[in-house]
Write a protein that binds this ligand. Structure first.
Ligand code: HXC
Length: 261
């Protein structure tokens, strides 16, 4: 475990359900929650994408339950939530990280390509929040939705993702207003360019990395740890009066325009 500014028992007694929790940014969040005392259930479409993270969390003496499901399938999500409650007894924290992405010009994108990403990101986020509602209500829990900054301005070749993440931000705000009465907090994180992620590998040709770095006010790419720390803060008692916020963690990048030029 790398040095953390948060205490190791920050989330002791909590159970988190993390979609897309096997890899990338959300994998890092799952590991960080476990390193700070939470029991963690991780989901992905394929079990093989979960097993290495489960082993890593357990090697760090954390508790991890891996369950394969597709967030687009509401019944499958309900079963994964039920299996987690069977395994750990409850759910306090939901992290919606499952996401689809590829680059495609709008005039070449098929309706199904657009719909597929909206289904994974937006409908998937709704499905998980909806299926976890009774648990979140019972435990005065919280939701963390992983968003993006792509939709703050226009981002070429990302119409499907921008639309999907705008929907995710709407879910964050709507559920804040509706579910606050149950003691449920709902927040988001909008990561900027984060190195060593599948998203960056798919979206950024290696020869453009330096140009993008120069465009970021803090002159570096984000690290998965930057997002982990923001997630720990938002899940901690220090954020107990914060709801409805999507925290931008991008080194100031989006304010310079979302392209790289
Ligand atoms: C154009 C594409 C395409 C591509 C898929 N489609 N890939 N269209 N260009 N590269 C179209 C297909 O042609 C099809 O439409 C439709 O999408 C569904 O494709 P399938 O392969 O059947 O779908 P499925 O297997 O369910 O999922 C495909 C996928 C998914 C959405 C591409 O595999 C995926 O995104 N994986 C990446 C996971 C990932 O990297 N996640 C991190 C996201 S990072 P037709 O019409 O042909 O049927 C992120 C960060 C953003 O979101 C912020 C960065 C700064």
């Amino acid at each position: 475990m790398s040095k953390s500014v948060f205490s190791a028992d920050l989330l002791e007694g909590k159970v988190a359900f993390v979609t897309g929790g096997g890899t990338g940014i959300t994998g890092g969040i799952a590991r960080a929650l476990a390193e700070h005392g939470a029991k963690v259930a991780i989901t992905s479409r394929k079990m093989e994408n979960l097993e290495p993270m489960k082993a890593e969390i357990e090697a760090g003496r954390g508790e991890c339950f891996a369950v394969a499901t597709d967030v687009r399938d509401f019944e499958g999500v309900e079963k994964a939530i039920a299996a987690t409650v069977d395994h750990f007894g409850k759910i306090d924290i939901v992290v919606n990280g499952a996401a689809g992405n590829f680059l495609c010009w709008s005039n070449e994108l098929s309706a199904n390509g657009f719909g597929t990403v909206v289904d994974i990101d937006t409908k998937g986020t709704f499905n998980v929040c909806r299926a976890a509602f009774e648990q979140l209500k019972e435990n005065k829990g919280q939701i963390l939705n992983i968003s993006a900054t792509l939709h703050y301005l226009g981002t070429p070749m990302q119409i499907h993702v921008a639309a999907a993440k705008a929907g995710v931000d709407a879910i964050t705000r709507n559920l804040t207003v509706e579910w606050g009465r149950y003691g449920i907090r709902v927040n988001g994180i909008a990561p900027g360019p984060i190195e060593d992620t599948e998203g960056m590998k798919r979206l950024l040709p290696p020869n453009l990395k330096e140009a993008l770095t120069q465009k970021i006010p803090l002159k570096r790419f984000g690290r998965i740890k930057d997002i982990e720390d923001s997630a720990l803060f938002l899940c901690s008692p220090a954020a107990s009066y914060i709801s409805g916020v999507t925290l931008v963690v991008d080194g100031g990048h989006w304010l310079t325009g979302t392209g790289i030029g």
